[in-house]
Structure formats: structure tokens, C-alpha cells
Design a protein around this ligand. Structure first.
Ligand SMILES: [Zn+2]
Ligand SMILES: [Zn+2]
Length: 142
């Protein structure tokens, strides 16, 4: 597993050579921090993690008594989690990787806190990016 990643504006870039695990976290902290139903984390040992650029843009804050989270102060991308509960690890948001890593998402964590509105599919109307209903957004390129 070798991967690199970046925030939305690109100022913060990072990489790692090895990952331990990947999990969806449904906890209320993750929901609130990321504005999402759940967050997919990749667990990386600090030895294998490196910040490539954007140290000055990276803002760490205390999200609980034990834990800190980091985001890009320019674009707001929520990127990293570190905690005294899991010393020596940096948890990295999988959605910020460039491409993806070959590591299965093996766990759903804190499922009792799962957002009831967070499911995809079902009987909802499924719109592809080229759907006429989304035409006004079509000028946006990733
Ligand atoms: Zn950024
Ligand atoms: Zn969480």
C-alpha cells in the first residue's frame, strides 16, 4: 500500500507507505467534524506517515479530551485524527486520497450512533452526473 492524498485546495499534501486498516466511523464526533453521515478512515502508523506540504495551512484542534483533528485552514478539508487512545497512529480520511488504496473497509464503528438519513440507494431517485437534472452543475470538473 502506497498512497498520497491532498485537501480540496491542494495546499496540504501527504503520503504514506503502509496502512494498517480502514473503517467507516459513524460516531457523532466524525459526523459533526466532517458534516457527513460517516467518515472512512485509513489507519497509518506515524512511522509510515509523512506530511508533504502545507504544514502552515494545517490546523490542529482538540476535538475531545483525548483526541485532536486537523483540517486545512484554507479550504476546510478535514484530514487527520490523532488520539492518546491510539498512540503512534494517524488516521487519514480515505476520501482525500488521490486514487485509492487496496485495503478493504473491514469495520463499521460506533454503529449505534449511525445517522438514520445516511443510507444511499434504496428507493431514492438516482441521478448520474450527466443527468439533465444536474446540468447546471456540469461545468464543475473534479
Ligand atoms: Zn486546502
Ligand atoms: Zn468517529
Amino acid at each position: 500500500v502506497k498512497a498520497s492524498g491532498k485537501c480540496l485546495c491542494g495546499k496540504v499534501a501527504f503520503g504514506f507507505g503502509k496502512a494498517e486498516a480502514s473503517a467507516h466511523c459513524h460516531c457523532h464526533y466524525c459526523q459533526r467534524a466532517h458534516g457527513a453521515a460517516f467518515v472512512t478512515w485509513v489507519v497509518v502508523k506515524d512511522d509510515h506517515f509523512r506530511l508533504e506540504s502545507g504544514e502552515r495551512n494545517l490546523h490542529w484542534f482538540q476535538s475531545s479530551e483525548q483526541s485532536r483533528r486537523a483540517f486545512c485552514a484554507e479550504c476546510g478539508s478535514t484530514l487527520f485524527f490523532r488520539s492518546t487512545l491510539c498512540p503512534g497512529e494517524t488516521h487519514v480520511t480515505r476520501a482525500n486520497l488521490v486514487g485509492d488504496v487496496e485495503i478493504p473497509v473491514r469495520y463499521d464503528c460506533f454503529v449505534e450512533q449511525r445517522a438514520t438519513w445516511g443510507e444511499t440507494g434504496g428507493d431514492r431517485i438516482q441521478l448520474r452526473g450527466d443527468s439533465p437534472a444536474l446540468a447546471k452543475y456540469s461545468a464543475v470538473r473534479p
